[in-house]
Design a protein around this ligand. Sequence first.
Ligand code: IFM
Length: 422
Amino acid sequence: MTRFPFADRPRLWGTAVSHYQVEGGDLCDWTEWERAGRTHGEPCGDAVGSWQRYELDAHLAAAAGVNAFRFSVSWSRIEPVAGRYDDAALERYVRLVDELRALNIEPIVTLFHFTHPVWFHGTTPWTSPASVDRFAAFTRRVVEAFGESVRLYITLNEPLVFALAGFFDAQIPPGIADGASVAPVVDHLLAAHCAAAAAIRELQPSATIGIAHNMMAFAPERRWNLLDHALARLAHRSYNRAMVEAFTTGRWDFLLPPRTRVRGRRDGLPGSLDLFGVNFYSRLHVRCPGRQRMIGDFAYLDMTGEGLTDNGWEIIPEEIGPLLKEASRTNLPLVITENGLADASDRVRASFIESHLVEIERAESLGIAVHGYLHWSLLDNYEWLDGFGPRFGLYEVDRKTLARTARPSVEAFRRAGRRFLG
Ligand code: IFM
């Protein structure tokens, strides 16, 4: 059985947000992406104004019964010009941390959550080893600013999602569609994680270090079809297992159909983590050959009659257990670093939280210790390519006034938290 590093806080119950999705007014690579018309929704603009309202948000989280609050720091605000840091921006985050501490809430700081300063891709892109030192230097500055007030860092949020969407599918910045770039990018992201972890350990030796890995269930669309089964297995190996193996053995080796092989080795990876974060949302059904793509289609389908979320994702709590089991191969304490749904009417959120908690408890009864659960998200926020359409918040945000209103499910979340924290 794994042990969570904090003796005074053995389990975490909280909410998660990321800087760009809530803060507003942050000029970065995503702002340029929006200007270039590469998203489907509205531009992020003022987001939900958390830059001015973080303390309010901390109080809303407290009212929802949390003892942990995950947020990310904006690299573009902190290092708007390469090598020049903005102390006022860092100070803003320090004030948030102070507020959280005053509320007896554990701050969990994510160092990388998808966005970059505008200079980054042109000078030290992830395809180049120079990116590693850049990220490590940024990390040092952040950790120095927080000092002992922050004792839990997530270095990278969903590194594989970022590498695939940014360098294979060209869906998000920097918008590259070049299979050959994925291997160096994954290598540099993982090296950047190692360098950041080393910097954190040097500056705050007692800090706890994690990563947030997006894990997705994959199932054959047609139970009888062997090719669908094979593709589902391949997707699981490449998307879920490869990162688990990377952090367990220091090596990774996976295939992106049809013929992109991504493999590498970083001996520093095992031992670089104190906890393994799992972001879990849904399940994809695969069909091979696909109707749209020769190699296979990936689709969210309502296979259980539970219905789909507002953004069309299957609700399938039963899949979190097997993925936690997969993650437990790391032998690290596990934390659900994200789980949630888009549900503007709030008709489903309470039962979603409850059913996932039941599955987490089931996994625990089978010996897989889960040390934390962070709900995505505290607030309705900017959902990247989909703009403000999907409503992920426990608190509803009025798009005009940015006023926050508790959805009824806040109460269910509180109750679930009391049970989880025991
Ligand atoms: O909003 C995102 C978040 O930034 C990363 N994980 C998934 C969430 C929901 O799509």
